[in-house]
Structure formats: structure tokens, C-alpha cells
Design a protein around this ligand. Structure first.
Ligand code: ZN
Length: 293
């Protein structure tokens, strides 16, 4: 049985349906907020949404490795968020916790538990379920902070580029990587977002620097339609001699062409824009690739 298997029992749903339900509920919250404040201009902040769900407040605390937690207290729910993270990350972490509140409000958790995953290993099953729930909360958070219609309007005004990626992240008060994923999801012009990090040497030696970037993730227009037309770069490494690596070394954006492979095995060179973000250990490169340019 696969995740797409749908018995006639109405209480069982697949993940696609669960995603639509939670995103739809998030959209209702966006509309309520817009109505309440009388305008639909970004940013959309977690602290604006919390009261709409009866969440009493957002508290900042040192949570160590944890980004945020939703506390069910007798006097009302409270979100506690990691004060050591930057404001954009805090905004998304809180919105993710609001996603958890929506998940339980919609009683989706027991229904996700009934979804059959493509594995016979019961432990792998539990992990797949937990991951599926986290993805549902991320989908809700994304719609809350970057409502599709508003985000699309801004994106088409700016045009898709690394420059507009930075503008949008600032305007919507979300991280560069969340913004890149959102662009790939909703852009009218097909666009693939990629994130590169330094490749870790197998036996790291003090003082030696990474000589290549490795692809951490990519998301393309195909991810929305369940793998149809999903492009991946043919080479998962960008060596220190490559143009892309310059984006990691310096702060200005770089343009180059890269070979991508479609699911069907078709290969295509595409223009790709890249820029480095963050400092030191946390530095990474975001690329946007354009199949139709
Ligand atoms: Zn979570």
C-alpha cells in the first residue's frame, strides 16, 4: 500500500489532502488577520496570529537546540521561542507551532497516523509519520507568513532573481531559505531553488578549508505535482574552481550555467544565479535556476 492508497473510509486521508486542509485553515486565519487590521500588506507576524487561536502569548527563552515549543497550560496555550535565533527564524518557528495548534484543532494527527507509508519497518514508519506532521506544520507556517496570493503579487512585481529573494525575505520577515522555497513553490515562471553548504572532509584537519560545496537540498516546480518534471543538478558538488564557489567566497551574486537532469533522464543547461549568506560555519549559498530562460 502506498501513501496514495485511499480506502472508502472517510476518516482516512492521504498527505496531499491533509496538506490542503491545513493550508486552507491557515488561509482563513490570514483572511481574519487582514480583515482585523484593515490591510493585507506584509509582514505577517506570528504574534499577530497567536491571539486569533487563543494563544496567550509568545515568550522568549533559552531553549538550547530547540527552536520553539507550544505549551498547553491550564490558563491557556503559550509559545516559547528560542531567543538566540534571529528574528526571521523566530517568526517561522512560532508559525510552525501555530501549525501544531491547527493540526490538533483539525484533528489531523490521528488521521495522519493512519496514512500508510512505503515501508514495512515499524520504526521507519513512526519516523515517516513524525516527519509528515512536521511538514504539515511547515506548510501551515509558510501560508501564514507568506500567504500565496500576497507573495505571488510581490514576486511578479519584482521578477524572480536573487535580488528579489533578498527583498522578499526582508519584507515578509522570513529567512532567506524559507523565501527561496516559497519562490520555487509559487513562481509563475518555473524556478528551482537550491542550497549549497561546504563539503565536510572525511577526516577534517585543523586549518584546512573545504574545497567544494555540496548540494544540501533543491526544490523545483515539479515538487508541487508529486515529482512530475522534477529537475536535479547533475553534479551535486560545486568545486572551488567553479563560478558558483565564488558566491561562497565573496558577497556579490554570481551567474553561471549548470547542467540539470529531469526525472525522465533529459539533460538541460540552465542559467543559475547564486549568492552566499551567513558567516563562518553557518555560511551557505542559495541558487535559483531557470528552466525556461
Ligand atoms: Zn513541530
Amino acid at each position: 500500500m502506498s501513501a496514495n492508497y485511499l480506502p472508502s473510509d472517510a476518516s482516512t486521508i492521504n498527505l496531499e489532502q491533509a496538506t490542503s486542509l491545513i493550508v486552507e485553515r491557515a488561509r482563513q486565519l490570514v483572511n481574519r488577520l487582514v480583515e482585523q487590521r484593515g490591510h493585507g500588506r506584509p509582514p505577517f507576524l506570528s504574534e499577530e496570529y497567536a491571539p486569533l487561536l487563543g494563544i496567550k502569548g509568545i515568550e522568549k527563552a533559552d531553549l538550547g537546540e530547540v527552536s520553539a515549543i507550544l505549551l498547553k497550560l491550564p490558563e491557556g496555550d503559550v509559545i516559547r521561542v528560542n531567543q538566540n535565533h534571529n528574528p526571521a527564524r523566530q517568526n517561522f518557528s512560532c508559525a510552525h507551532e501555530i501549525g501544531h495548534a491547527l493540526l490538533s484543532e483539525l484533528k489531523l494527527e490521528p488521521r495522519v497516523d493512519q496514512v500508510e507509508f512505503r515501508t514495512f519497518d515499524s520504526q521507519a514508519h513512526a519516523i515517516a509519520r513524525a516527519k509528515a506532521k512536521e511538514r504539515l506544520c511547515d506548510a501551515a507556517a509558510t501560508e501564514l507568513l507568506m500567504p500565496e496570493a500576497v507573495f505571488k503579487k510581490h514576486l511578479s512585481g519584482f521578477g524572480v532573481s536573487i535580488k528579489s529573494l533578498e527583498w522578499l525575505a526582508n519584507i515578509f520577515k522570513v529567512s532567506i531559505s524559507s523565501t527561496a522555497i516559497r519562490i520555487a513553490e509559487v513562481s509563475t515562471e518555473p524556478c528551482i531553488a537550491l542550497l549549497w553548504r561546504p563539503q565536510r572532509p572525511r577526516r577534517p584537519q585543523p586549518g584546512t578549508k573545504s574545497k567544494a560545496l555540496r548540494l544540501a537540498w533543491h526544490i523545483g516546480p515539479g515538487n508541487r505535482s508529486q515529482g512530475k518534471g522534477n529537475y536535479a543538478p547533475k553534479d551535486m558538488l560545486a568545486r572551488h574552481t567553479s563560478t558558483l564557489y565564488k558566491a561562497y567566497q565573496y558577497d556579490s551574486p554570481v551567474k553561471c550555467r549548470k547542467l540539470f537532469r529531469l526525472d525522465a533522464g533529459i539533460e538541460q543547461f540552465m542559467p543559475i544565479e547564486s549568492k552566499g549568506f551567513g558567516h563562518g560555519e553557518a555560511r551557505y549559498v542559495i541558487s535559483l535556476a531557470f528552466p525556461n530562460r
